[in-house]
Write a protein that binds this ligand. Structure first.
Ligand code: DAH
Length: 349
């Protein structure tokens, strides 16, 4: 076979080369480009050639070498991982892969648990929009225009066509969903509404401009404050264990009358006094009250026939008592070193 014929045969061989595994690719490399490979050998022949032929033949050889290298890369890419796959298929004793597969966020874990506790006693889950109008976030809930309670909630207004009563804002609480449910559903109503809420607060370890709440609402004939207390006592014990106690303190919300703040015996120190409970033995976990008759009327429910109770809690607050996270900002930074700690998905109540 002449030199030209050998080159032509090798050109075809390179072009048609195939490989099923990484080992085949290596075999191809050694056969063509290795120290004793066929392409390498041709370069030795080049040295023997008369000077006038050297130039053209040298160019052709370089071309062949480049083609062989390009084909090698193609085959490598096509068979990448085949060796590993083969080992996995044939070696059942190989240790399992141990990548971090991701996990549910602690706030999700706690929200799911809260939903589970209330579902078991007949509560449905309802949702509403995060961009809300003045009616659902404030007016229907008995916040009169210019009432200072609107300032209490440091609202983020959304730029848009509306202003005044037509203004749109990021909801400051999930109580807006109460209004939507009552407007669209006939009693009996028993529902909880988990979701994100927004307030224009400076971000610190103890405050954030966005957080999560779960709102609760029960409306039927003859609903009493005693049932509210029983429901919340059941919730606290289901969430934190049978030894916790709750207490209620009179409070004020525009949409409930009477209103109360709910404290739970501190789960961190067992009531003995610590930093979390500010040495009182009690931690505040939510607001609640009997739905104000004016709110029922605003939503098309006859307050002479129906009564109801409502409550609202912060999910981060409940999570803090479970996981003892010292800084609220950790919930939003999504540092995997933080999230990794919740990877088991286990709920630690
Ligand atoms: N909306 C209140 C807040 O964001 C929490 C709240 C208090 C909700 C009392 C209620 C309630 O439903 O009855 O601070």
């Amino acid at each position: 076979m002449s030199l030209q014929e050998r080159v032509a045969a090798l050109e075809a061989e390179v072009k048609d080369a195939v490989a099923a595994t990484a080992e085949d690719v290596e075999r191809f490399r050694v056969a063509m480009l290795g120290r004793n490979g066929k392409v390498t050998a041709l370069f030795d022949d080049l040295k023997q050639m008369p000077a006038e032929e050297k130039r053209a033949f040298g160019q052709r050889l370089n071309h062949l070498k480049n083609a062989a290298q390009a084909r090698l890369e193609e085959l490598k890419a096509a068979t990448a991982g085949t060796a590993a796959r083969e080992v996995r298929a044939t070696d059942p004793t190989r240790p399992a892969l141990t990548g971090f597969p991701g996990s549910l966020h602690p706030i999700t874990l706690v929200r799911q648990r809260i939903v589970e506790v209330f579902s078991r006693i007949g509560y449905t889950v309802s949702q509403g929009p995060e961009v809300e109008d003045d009616h659902h976030n404030f007016s229907a809930l008995n916040f009169p225009p210019d009432h200072p309670a609107r300032d209490m909630q440091d609202t983020f207004f959304v730029e848009g066509p509306g202003s005044g009563a037509d203004a749109l804002a990021l909801r400051t609480h999930t109580s807006s969903v109460q209004v939507r449910v009552m407007e669209s559903t006939k009693p009996p109503i028993r529902t909880i509404s988990p979701g994100r809420v927004y307030r224009n607060e400076a971000i610190s370890a103890r405050a954030h401009c966005m957080f999560h709440q779960v709102e609760g609402l029960y409306v039927d004939k003859g609903v009493s404050f005693a049932e509210l207390k029983g429901t919340l006592d059941h919730f606290a014990k289901a969430m934190f264990g049978p030894d916790v106690a709750i207490r209620m303190r009179p409070s004020y919300f525009p949409f409930t009358e009477p209103s109360a703040e709910v404290d739970m015996s501190c789960t961190i120190c067992g009531g003995a006094g610590c930093n979390i409970c500010k040495h009182s033995g009690w931690v505040e976990i939510m607001g609640c009250g009997m739905v104000d008759p004016a709110v029922l009327s605003n939503c098309g429910i006859d307050p002479t026939v129906y009564s109801g109770f409502a409550f609202g809690m912060g999910v981060e607050r409940i999570a803090q008592l479970i996981y003892r996270v010292p800084d609220l900002r950790l919930y939003w930074e999504n540092d995997v070193r933080f999230l990794d700690q919740f990877a088991s998905g286990a709920f630690r109540g």
